[in-house]
Design a binder for this molecule. Structure first.
Ligand code: MTE
Ligand code: MO
Length: 303
C-alpha cells in the first residue's frame, strides 16, 4: 500500500473558502495519520491536501448520521442499529469472468492497492447532497487485481447480508443489494473504492469496511459493505432497477434536466446547512466522464 496524489479535481486555493481549505487539510492529514497507524512501514509518500470539491465539506456528524442503508432500516436515522454490524474479519470475493476467481481477505486487498484521499460530492436521487473526504483506492487498482477476461463488460457489486441487518427479513425487497458499472466506467479515474472517511475507518452506516463510488451517478449506484464483485458479459440485476426500473435505471447519471418521475432534479439540498444549490450534469464531473457515453446515446443515460 502506498499513498499517492491525484490530479484533476484539484482546485486553486483562491477559489475555496479559507474554512473549507482548513477542513480539507485536517481531513487529509488525519487520514494519513490513521493510515500510518494502520500500516506502519507501508506508506511511502504523504497525501496532497488540495482536492476539488467546489463547496465546503459536509460536517462529519451529518454525513455519518443521515444515511440510506435499507438493509438496516428505511429511516435516515439507521446509524445506531448499524453499530452492531461485524465488519472484521471481512472477505471480498472476486467472481465471474476473471483469470482466477477467488476470495481475498480485506487486509490482503489493502496491501495490493494505493491508498489516497479524495473529496467528492455525493448526490442522492432524493435530491440531498453531501461533500465527503474519503480515503480508499482507485477502482482501476481493483481491476488490475481481478484481471478480468476480455469477455467481461460489466461489474456487479454485492452488499453483505449480515445478521444485524433487520430488514433482510422483509421479503418485499430483492436482497442482496446489488448494483454495477460498465467496465469502462469502472476503469475511469474517478471510480473509487472508499475504505475510510474523515480520516477514520469507514463506519458501517456509510458502507464499512469497503464500498464503491462513481460520483457522477446518483447515490443508489454506490454499493455499501461489498462482499462480492462479479465480472459479467451482461448488465447485472440491480436492486433499485428491479424494484422500479422506470424510476431507477442502470446508468443513473446525474442530470438536473431529467426529472425523477415524481420530483425535479434541478436542485439539491446540502446536508447540514440545508442550503439549496443547482445540480450539475454528471454531478459536475462531466469533464472526466462525459466521453464514456458518446457511444451510448441510444441508452437511457440519466435515470
Ligand atoms: N447496500 C446498500 N447500499 C446503498 C444503499 C442501501 O440502501 N443499501 N443506499 C444507497 C443510496 S440511495 C445512497 S444515497 C447512498 C448513501 O450513502 P451514505 O449513507 O454513505 O450517505 O448509499 C447507497 N448504497
Ligand atoms: Mo440515494
Amino acid at each position: 500500500m502506498r499513498i499517492i496524489t491525484r490530479r484533476g479535481w484539484e482546485i486553486a486555493e483562491s477559489q475555496v473558502t479559507p474554512e473549507s481549505v482548513a477542513l480539507n487539510r485536517r481531513a487529509v492529514l488525519g487520514g494519513t495519520a490513521a493510515l500510518l497507524a494502520a500500516a506502519p512501514g507501508l506508506v511511502h509518500a504523504a497525501a496532497n491536501p488540495k482536492f476539488e470539491a467546489g463547496r465546503p465539506l459536509t460536517d462529519e456528524k451529518y454525513a455519518t448520521t443521515y444515511n440510506n442503508y435499507y438493509e438496516f432500516d428505511e429511516s435516515k436515522n439507521m446509524w445506531r442499529s448499524a453499530q452492531k454490524m461485524k465488519t472484521s474479519p471481512w472477505t471480498v470475493e472476486i467472481a465471474g469472468l476473471v483469470k482466477q476467481p477467488r476470495k481475498i481477505a480485506y487486509e490482503d486487498l489493502l496491501k495490493q492497492v494505493s491508498i489516497e484521499e479524495r473529496i467528492y460530492r455525493h448526490r442522492c436521487v432524493e435530491a440531498w447532497a453531501m461533500t465527503v473526504p474519503w480515503t480508499g483506492f482507485a477502482m482501476s487498482d481493483l481491476l488490475k487485481i481481478a484481471e478480468p477476461l476480455g469477455s467481461a463488460k460489466f461489474i456487479a457489486f454485492e452488499t453483505a447480508q449480515e445478521k444485524s441487518m433487520g430488514n433482510l427479513a422483509l421479503p418485499l425487497y430483492p436482497w442482496p443489494y446489488v448494483d454495477g458499472l460498465a467496465i469502462d466506467e469502472a476503469a475511469n479515474e474517478l471510480a473509487f473504492m472508499p475504505t475510510g472517511m474523515y480520516g477514520k475507518a469507514l463506519p458501517p452506516q456509510n458502507g464499512g469496511p469497503i464500498r464503491m463510488i462513481a460520483p457522477w451517478k446518483y447515490g443508489f449506484k454506490q454499493v455499501k459493505s461489498i462482499v462480492k464483485i462479479t465480472f459479467m458479459e451482461k448488465r447485472p440485476r440491480c436492486f433499485w432497477e428491479e424494484i422500479n426500473g422506470r424510476e431507477y435505471g442502470f446508468w443513473a447519471n446525474v442530470n438536473p434536466d431529467v426529472p425523477h418521475p415524481r420530483w425535479s432534479q434541478a436542485r439539491e439540498r446540502l446536508l447540514g446547512s440545508d442550503e439549496m444549490v443547482p445540480t450539475k450534469i454528471y454531478n459536475g464531473y462531466g469533464d472526466f466522464v462525459a466521453s464514456l457515453y458518446s457511444g451510448r446515446k441510444s441508452e437511457k443515460l440519466f435515470m
